[in-house]
Structures are given as structure tokens and as C-alpha cells.
Design a protein around this ligand. Structure first.
Ligand SMILES: [Zn+2]
Length: 305
């Protein structure tokens, strides 16, 4: 009897092991096809389209990334980030959820995930050269574009004199739709369009119909190296590389470069008399900015309540 059980479980184990190897071998290809096929189809339809290039990125500005999770910035824009810093911009990041994957994980496990991802992001932000990271406390998987989140981001945009917002394109996006990304995009869009701040450029990550392509051939490796600093991705090198290579080469092919990151850019027109003129003590192009005046109270990150 015991021998029989051992034999059967041995067979099951062998089958499981073989399937695992097969999965490991083919996963990158499957991932590549899943993530790239929709985009490839879309590009086929728009051959010869004219795209804005790197010169359409902000210069000497104050950029805010409005995202949902730790790693969103790195995933969507990790190749463009070094170029933004090179162009003299200061970069701020708001992550609206706690990153705990509550949609999938039991409570005790989520707590550990929140801690790890937050610590990872703080460390990574330093390496990247971000000016400050803001962590929101929304449950991961349940982000909403509500007044609490709108006010929190509006306050950051105002207090830090944000000139440009990078965020997700609201709405359903085939291939990697996520309700949190959609909500973060709604918050980012509403704040960018608000008359109470000086935001004048709105950039959507990997938009369904992009109008701007950044050449990230030189920064692609850096993007991946930083991605692998997240504990979560430490043992997923092959799959992550496959996915990002697929995305970056498809977007690069739009403008005949090896790797690209595509965005949809909107220039926002804000009239005189709106919030633009109401900044305490400083104006557009002025030299004195609130956080530079109060250097001593600056923390590298802040937990939003
Ligand atoms: Zn995300």
C-alpha cells in the first residue's frame, strides 16, 4: 500500500517537475507575445506616423509621477527618468496605494509586502535621484479617484510647484489593464487640469495612441538594473527582460530606434488669473520655491494620511 502511494506521488512529482521546466523555458516567449501582440497590431496600422521626440520632454521643470504602486514609475518610464534628470528637472513621485497586493494576498502576508516594497522604493528612489516620494495609504487593488486622493495630490502639485505630471492613461488598456492604474490616471489627469496649480504638461505612459517616443536605447540596461533592485523581481530576470524588451522594442520601432518608451503628451493651457498667479512668494520662472526655502524640514519621503 505504502509503496503504491509513494509510486503514484513520485509520478505526480515528476510530471509537476517537467511542467515546471517547460514553463520556465517558454514563459518569456509567452509573455512577449501576450504583451506585445496588441501593440504590434496597432503600430502596423499607423506606419509613417510622425512622433514628437525627446525635445518635447520637460526642461528645468518640477515633475510629479502620479502612480498606484511601488515599481510603476520604473515599469512605465524607467528609461525616460534618467533623461528627465539630465534635462535639469526635479522629479517627485506619489504612490497612491500601500502596495500590499490586498486583492490577492491574506492580511498577514500583505503587511510584510507593504514593508518590503516601501523600503525597496525608498532605497531605489535614492539611487534614481528622485527629490521625494509620497506614499498614500489606499488598499492595493481598491484605489479610487476620490476627493481624499485628489486633494492629497493637488496639495503636492501646489506645494512643490509641479510643472508636469506623468501618469497612466485613464480607461481600459488592452494587455495590462488594472483598475488601480486607471484610478491613478484619473487623479493625475484631474490634478494636471486643475486651475489651482501650474502644471502645464501631461504625459500618459504607454498610451493607446501615443504621440511621443523617447529613445531609451542607452538607458534600457539601467532601467532593468534598477528594476531588479525590487525584492519581488530578484528571481524573475528572464521574464522581466522578455517583457520589457518586447515593450521597448515595439515602441522603439515606431521611430526606428532599438528601445523606446512611448507617451501621449498634452500641453495644458492655463490662463493668467487662474491659480498660476496665486503662489505665495514665487511665480513661474521665479527662483524661490517652497521646499528649497525650507531645506531643513525636507525628508526623502513622506507617508500621506
Ligand atoms: Zn502597478
Amino acid at each position: 500500500m505504502l509503496v503504491k502511494i509513494l509510486k503514484i506521488s513520485g509520478i505526480f512529482f515528476a510530471i509537476f517537475f517537467v511542467l515546471l521546466i517547460v514553463f520556465y523555458i517558454f514563459a518569456p516567449t509567452v509573455i512577449k507575445n501576450r504583451f506585445a501582440s496588441e501593440d504590434a497590431k496597432a503600430i502596423g496600422k499607423e506606419k509613417n506616423k510622425h512622433y514628437l521626440r525627446e525635445s518635447a520632454l520637460p526642461k528645468n521643470g518640477r515633475i510629479l509621477y502620479v502612480t498606484a504602486h511601488p515599481d510603476d514609475l520604473e515599469f512605465m518610464s524607467g528609461g525616460t527618468l534618467p533623461l528627465l534628470l539630465e534635462r535639469g528637472n526635479k522629479v517627485f513621485l506619489v504612490i497612491l496605494t500601500n502596495g500590499g497586493k490586498q486583492r490577492y494576498m491574506p492580511g498577514f502576508y500583505s503587511k510584510a509586502i507593504i514593508k518590503t516594497r516601501r523600503e525597496d522604493q525608498i532605497e531605489i528612489a535614492k539611487v534614481e535621484g528622485l527629490s521625494k516620494v509620497f506614499f498614500g495609504g489606499n488598499k492595493d487593488g481598491y484605489l479610487k479617484c476620490n476627493s481624499k486622493n485628489l486633494q492629497a495630490v493637488e496639495k503636492i502639485a501646489y506645494n512643490y510647484g509641479i510643472t508636469d505630471i506623468f501618469t497612466f492613461e485613464p480607461g481600459k488598456r488592452k494587455g495590462y489593464y488594472d483598475t488601480d492604474h486607471d484610478a491613478a490616471g484619473q487623479v493625475g489627469t484631474a490634478v494636471a487640469k486643475s486651475k489651482e496649480n501650474r502644471v502645464q504638461g501631461l504625459y500618459y505612459f504607454r498610451a493607446s495612441d501615443p504621440n511621443l517616443v523617447v529613445n531609451i536605447t542607452k538607458t534600457f540596461q539601467k532601467k532593468m538594473d534598477i528594476m531588479f533592485m525590487f525584492t519581488e523581481f530578484r528571481y524573475k530576470h528572464r521574464m522581466m527582460m522578455a517583457m520589457h524588451e518586447a515593450w521597448a522594442s515595439i515602441d522603439g520601432s515606431r521611430v526606428d530606434v532599438k528601445y523606446g518608451e512611448a507617451f501621449f503628451y498634452t500641453a495644458l493651457k492655463k490662463e493668467a488669473g487662474s491659480g498660476l498667479n496665486n503662489y505665495p512668494g514665487w511665480l513661474i520662472g521665479g527662483k524661490s520655491m517652497p521646499d528649497e526655502k525650507n531645506k531643513t524640514v525636507q525628508a526623502p519621503y513622506e507617508i500621506l494620511e
